[in-house]
Design a protein around this ligand. Structure first.
Ligand code: MG
Length: 206
C-alpha cells in the first residue's frame, strides 16, 4: 500500500504560500508508517516548531492499473474519505530552498491521519465539499470542483509513473486556510454528503 499525495492542487492554497500554480500534478508520497488511524492523537514532533494541518479529500484505489486511460479513470475508486497532510512547514521551507526532497517534512510518523471511507455514491462526486474545524471553528473549506487537476486527471497522470494497486490512497491536495497547530488543539474533518454533514475524522495534538 502506498500513500500518494498531490501538492498545490487548489489555486487559493498555491497563492497563500506564494507558490506558482503547477502545469502538471505535483506528486509526493508518504510511507505507510505515516498513517494515523482510529482518530489517534498526534504527538507534536520534536524536530519542528511550525507544524501545519492540511485537510484533504482522499480516495482509495479499488483496482490495479497502469497507464489508466481518461475514460476509465473513474473505475479506479469507489470510496472517499478525509485525511490530514501534516507538514513541518519550517523543515519544508528549508528543503525547498535547498532543492531537497520533502520527505522529512511530510512523511514523518503520524503525518497522515486518515478517516474511514464511505461510498462515493453518498457524495456529489464532481463537487465534494469538506471542511476542517480547529477547536470548533471552521478554518478550511474545500470543494473538489475547485481542484486544478481532477481526481480522474490525477489517476491518469500518477499511473504513468506508479502502478496503482488496490488499497493505495491518494491525498488530493488542500484548499486554502492551512495553518499551525499547538499542543492541545482539536482538529475535526467534516464531509458534506448528499444528505448530511458527517464528522469523519478527529485528531488531537498532544
Ligand atoms: Mg497537502
Amino acid at each position: 500500500m502506498k500513500i500518494i499525495c498531490i501538492g498545490r492542487n487548489y489555486q487559493d492554497h498555491a497563492k497563500e504560500l506564494n507558490n506558482p500554480v503547477p502545469k502538471k500534478p505535483m506528486i509526493f508520497m508518504k510511507p505507510p508508517s505515516a498513517l494515523l488511524v482510529n482518530n489517534k492523537p498526534l504527538y507534536y514532533p520534536e524536530f519542528t516548531k511550525d507544524l501545519h494541518y492540511e485537510l484533504e479529500l482522499v480516495i482509495k484505489i479499488c483496482k490495479n492499473g497502469r497507464y489508466v486511460q481518461p475514460e476509465f479513470a473513474h473505475k479506479y475508486y469507489e470510496q472517499v474519505g478525509l485525511g490530514i497532510d501534516f507538514t513541518a512547514r519550517d523543515l519544508q521551507t528549508k528543503c525547498k530552498e535547498k532543492g531537497h526532497p520533502w520527505e522529512i517534512a511530510k512523511g514523518f510518523d503520524g503525518s497522515a491521519p486518515i478517516s474511514d471511507f464511505i461510498s462515493i455514491d453518498k457524495v456529489n462526486r464532481h463537487a465534494i465539499e469538506f471542511e476542517l474545524k480547529k477547536n470548533g471553528e471552521r478554518v478550511q473549506f474545500g470543494n473538489t470542483s475547485n481542484m486544478i487537476f481532477s481526481i480522474n486527471e490525477i489517476i491518469v497522470y500518477v499511473s504513468q509513473f506508479f502502478k496503482l494497486q488496490m488499497g493505495d490512497m491518494i491525498y488530493t491536495g488542500t484548499p486554502a486556510g492551512v495553518g499551525p497547530v499547538e499542543i492541545g488543539d482539536q482538529l475535526e474533518g467534516l464531509l458534506h454528503t448528499k444528505d448530511e454533514v458527517i464528522s469523519m475524522l478527529r485528531c488531537e495534538i498532544k
